[in-house]
Write a protein of this length. Sequence first.
Length: 434
Amino acid sequence: MKKIHILLGVVFLSLLTSCLKDQEDIFDKPSAQRAEEAIAADYEILAGAEHGWLMKYYPSPYRTYGGYNVLLKFSADGKVTAASDIDEPEASAESYYKITQSAGVVLSFDTFNDIFHKFSTPDPVLGSAGTGWEGDYDFEFISASDEKIVLKGKKSGNYATMVPYQGDNWAEYIEKVNAVEDDMDFPKYTMTIGSTDVDIVKTNRNFEMTYATATTDTTINVPFVVTDAGIEFYEPININNKEISGFKYVADTYDFPSTTDASIVLNGIVPPINSTLVEGLWACSLSNMGEFGIPFWTAIKEQIMPELGEQLAYFYFGKNGSYWGFTFNSSGYGGVIGFQYELVGDDKVRLVYYPKGNYSNGDWYVKNARFDYMVVPFGCSPELDENGSVVPVVRTFTLTCDNPKSPMWIQLADDDIPNNIITVWDKNLDPFND
């Protein structure tokens, strides 16, 4: 037995020597030299694109916010200029980059860039407080050539692709993307694939698609980036054995064919204006109240808020998750003042205060800070009952807007009080200064 062991050992050493020789043949340069050469080659490729690179970039590990176009121009001396559809078309920012070896060749945007680092800055306006959009600024090179670069975010694991920009005007491209996004933006969508109907809503650049299968309803989230040619998914999806990678932009229509199968069409749906109102979350402000509502809002601004020693950050009307009514935040104290609604036809809505719908600090601010004054124009009496409680009053409003497909504002005109006309907005408003 000992002889057998000795013979096996000789064979093993022989094989090991052979393997080491093969490795020496494959890697004829030291690893450090190979890394240096790879880094130098990547610097050359990055700086070689005459008009820069167009990157499709997805922040957040779950791609919650969808994808964005980032235009990048790298110079050989380590500078990078960035522009993006996250910012104004004409905006650009310069900073520095570097390529290093760290478990692979890594591209780092290692000094702050006013545009690129918006994806990773912990700004509560963009994403979540304390984390922002959780975007990457360190990327591992997966592949690199003069025609295409594939990167992988070190933190998120998301892939980002870069191709040479085929033009000389970045702002023009961003403007085209913005125009396509506006024209393809609808409150809801539908799509039919074979015998399957798919209902779609959009949040940020993310489709939530719901459809029935043989056993249950299925919902999938589909992140995408908007291009000058339409919508491109982060990765293809498959429904009913049909692959879909995105949709082509067609001007002046509500219908957008799939890029992979022209028989599959994304249909934009324009719901009645009152449905759009109750399904959204709309900002309110003093300057957008009619003559009827101005005195009540002014009393809150000039009397109540100074006494509280607080600042009202926002006052929103509509649907907030499972709550419906008015969502507010006063110096960090948030709450909901509950309301109920009834849709009447396509362009009317009945509103009334609903105290059982109050949530968090809603009751306290109604009872102790007279925040009921702020909702008097929408559906309650300015006078309390004999028990000191707010009295609900049903008000019926006729609605108009600037754009039925995607309104920036909706006006509520009281059918019974001519000077009770309120405009709510699909944007952030300072309740007392906007």
